[in-house]
Design a protein around this ligand. Sequence first.
Ligand code: SF4
Length: 402
Amino acid sequence: MESLIHLYKIGHGPSSSHTMGPETACNYILDNYSNVHKIIATLYGSLALTGKGHLTDRIIYQTLKSLNVEIKFNFDQITTHPNTMVFDLFDFNGNLLDSLKFFSVGGGDVILDGSNKKIIKKDVYPFKSFDEIKEFCKKEKISLCELVYKFEGTDIKKHLEKVYETMESSISNGLTKDGELPGGLHVLRKAAQLYNSIELQESSDIKELRLVSSYAFAVSEENASGGKIVTAPTCGACGVLPASIFYLKQKNNLNKEKIIDAIAVAGIIGNVIKTNASISGAFAGCQSEIGSACSMAAAAIAYLKDESVEEIEYAAEIALEHHLGLTCDPINGLVQIPCIERNAVAALRAIDAANLAKFLKGTRKISFDTVVKTMYETGKDLSHEYKETSIGGLAKNYKKEG
Ligand code: SF4
């Protein structure tokens, strides 16, 4: 398993696989080729079908602004990976210098095709499954966050601190804005409205639901408008973890150190999913984005409530299990409907999952590894239409109504 630095990336939305991944590919070209004059970038699969809404073209033009760039959208050709992009590089005389095929595999990561061209990241954890991690923690008598610091070194805390600070800023920024989100769908920002309605509520339960939702909306609306967020584990699902941990921090007056530890715990869950399944909606549907985010958040909450590794696993398992089969069908290819509300619903679900795990302590029948494997298989079986193509589900029916 890789470092949590690769899971939690700080950057601009709206999509880790459709903006951050292509940006990484473009930067790879800039770093490795000096005599390029023109580039033809061809986008395939989900990158072609939702690239405009997800601002893929904008980030490519922006990153390669010093070069002559042409972007083509190939809607028809089926490629081995649903997020494929090919960059043909030409010199000043029009000679083809190289043709690079990248796969944007989720969370902003890319793989360069070809045996000698893989962008390889070093594994820092000698584990593949949650069972292995749990066994190690039990043997060494350490917690999940101590495992992170043991294998990553305490320097990772600095990154996680920045991660938390960015999460907090995205909440405060999102809560102060109103008006329409960009993209032409005329979706209004609702975070501030939710937040400001809290004091009018009499029931403390409703107040809490509104508060968590307002935080999730704030971050997701920041993402939808290209604001600065953290992939947790992706841009589309970036509101779930911040909303739940910020809510608990405020409610229980938790210190920053404890919150950073909780982000480390959530990172282990995200990493196990990323290693054994996928965190890409284009590969496995929204269960792999929002489902993974909910699972990470449930683990973080269980940790913040001082639960054991067993109950942290139970909370993460419940959260992912009840997102199995969730499709990705963003309307007009924008990360707005269903994405923004879905972040709020998942943040609330993460709290429920952690509470249920506490209540049902010791009765778990399904391991976290089993549910991750099931999510992966379900994702492979999901119809192509439901994997970030905007040609199925809500995206299709909305067009009919509209
Ligand atoms: S529906 Fe889910 S997976 Fe698809 S873009 Fe929205 S948040 Fe991401």
